[in-house]
Design a protein around this ligand. Structure first.
Ligand code: PLP
Length: 451
């Protein structure tokens, strides 16, 4: 039981005290055991909608419970509803991985509970964020002249960029490809702007002619060029788009939420062409840079435009400090200490460790793509970085049935998408401890006949 504090008035207080060491060691043991044994779980949660909610009490407890009860219920009630993003055979969505140093940094960030409203509310959080963003720009080979800050997600980073673009020019339309991430369209909708979708070529890249046509209208505030689309990791022709944007004085935002991490390796920087001309750029360290969600890096060459769009300083936050407040560059006032986990990951892996991890993911994806290509029952549709798009010869329904079968089996977890007029399966590699055996296992499971 939690320790109840006696009070001077007699009755014990309802506010317990906790033994952080005892509970903390138990929680760390739990986390270490989980990561060591994660392979024993089905990758995708094998529950039905409502199962987890139904196994929880309808109301919170009246009296304090010990933390050990939370750990017990985490194991017994919550775990069945966990889809294991930290499983080496999690091949869904996009490369995602956490890492031990970043996990511990999250614990420390919560301990310090910094809320960086303005510089003086957390000088360290503000300045570490600036430093880690400069380190990240250097790691990715972005060159000089970028201002960086951290948002929660790419959805918010792009939203902030579009707010600045509209604020600057007063125009209201946003151009992006039919393969841009849905968050772009959602941001446009949130802002009440107009979405102008442009078709793609046979490699799923935005047609430059379509962008040019849209810019002729004179009402475009921003173009979003995607470097690494979600469905196929294809790359819009950013250099040509950048040229058009410069000619029409239109804000260029590059969405490299996934693929930007690959720029840590010089050999994967071809897709960075044109990015130097962009007004803003988003890269998500919480995807492929060993940092747990959430951590999205928004870089801009026009920090003053973001500042003009977002700064409001109420009296209670006014100071004479001659220091920037990063809340001036985005929607949130209360900003959590996200840079701590990025700093921990960058220091504890180093440039070489990060590069080796990225190269491993790409190598495993290409190895898998090779097996698909050699097999006459399958078709390799597209491979780019650590994402493989492929399909079994047959109908869309048959391919969807394969995804459903393997996910329900729990041995691997993957997704499908639509490329052109066909359903394809996607294998996204990007967990830190995924091995060649895991990828081979996925291939074997995909080739099993339904029993
Ligand atoms: N942009 C791209 C290219 C993505 O792949 C994704 C998510 O996978 C997003 C944006 C949205 O990311 P977030 O979940 O951080 O908003």
């Amino acid at each position: 039981m939690p320790h109840q504090q006696p009070t001077e008035d007699g009755p014990t207080s309802a506010i317990p005290t906790f033994d952080l060491r005892r509970d903390g060691y138990a929680a760390i043991d739990w986390a270490a055991n989980y990561l060591e044994n994660v392979r024993k779980y089905p990758v995708m949660a094998q529950v039905s909608p409502g199962d987890i909610a139904a196994s929880l009490p309808e109301r919170m407890p009246e009296r304090a419970e010990p933390f050990s009860s939370v750990l017990t219920d985490l194991e017994q009630v919550i775990m069945p509803g966990i889809t294991h993003w930290q499983h080496p055979r999690f091949f869904s969505y996009f490369a995602t991985t956490s890492s031990e140093p970043a996990i511990l940094a999250e614990l420390l960030a919560a301990t310090l509970n910094q809320v960086a409203l303005i510089w003086r509310a957390s000088p360290a959080s503000t300045e570490l964020e600036q430093v880690t963003m400069a380190w990240l720009a250097d790691l990715l080979g972005l060159g000089d002249g970028w201002h960086g800050h951290i948002e929660d997600t790419a959805s918010t980073s792009t939203l902030a960029a579009l707010v600045a673009a509209r604020h600057r020019g007063g125009r209201n339309a946003v151009v992006f490809s039919e393969h841009a991430h849905s968050s772009v369209e959602k941001d446009v909708r949130i802002l009440g702007m107009q979405a102008r979708k442009v078709a793609t070529d046979s490699e799923f890249r935005m047609l430059v002619s379509g962008v040019a046509e849209q810019l002729e209208h004179g009402d475009v505030a921003a173009v979003v060029s995607t470097a690494g689309t979600t469905s196929a990791a294809s790359f819009d022709p950013t250099p040509e788009i950048a040229e058009l944007c410069a000619r029409h004085q239109v804000w260029l935002h590059v969405d490299a939420a996934y693929a930007g991490s690959a720029w840590a390796c010089p050999e994967f920087r071809a897709s960075q062409a044109g990015v130097a001309q962009a007004d803003s750029l988003v890269v998500n360290p919480h995807k492929w840079l060993l940092v747990p969600s959430d951590c999205s890096a928004l870089f801009t060459r026009r920090p003053e435009a973001l500042r003009e769009a977002f700064t409001i300083v109420p009296e209670y936050l006014r100071t004479d400090d001659e220091a920037p407040s990063l809340s001036d560059y985005g929607p949130a006032l209360g900003r959590r200490f996200r840079s701590l986990k990025l700093w921990a990951a960058m220091r504890c892996f180093g440039r070489a460790g990060i590069q080796e991890f990225i190269r491993n993911s790409v190598r495993l994806a290409h190895q898998f793509a090779g097996w698909v290509e050699e097999d006459p029952d399958w078709e390799l549709v597209h491979v780019s970085l650590s994402l493989v798009c492929f399909r079994r010869n047959g109908s869309d329904e048959e391919n969807l049935a394969i995804v459903e079968r393997v996910n329900r089996g729990g041995e691997i977890f993957m997704t499908h998408t639509r490329l052109g007029d066909r359903i394809v399966l996607r294998l996204a590699v990007g967990y830190l401890h995924t091995t060649e055996q895991d990828v081979a296992y996925a291939w074997a499971v995909l080739n099993q006949q339904p029993g």
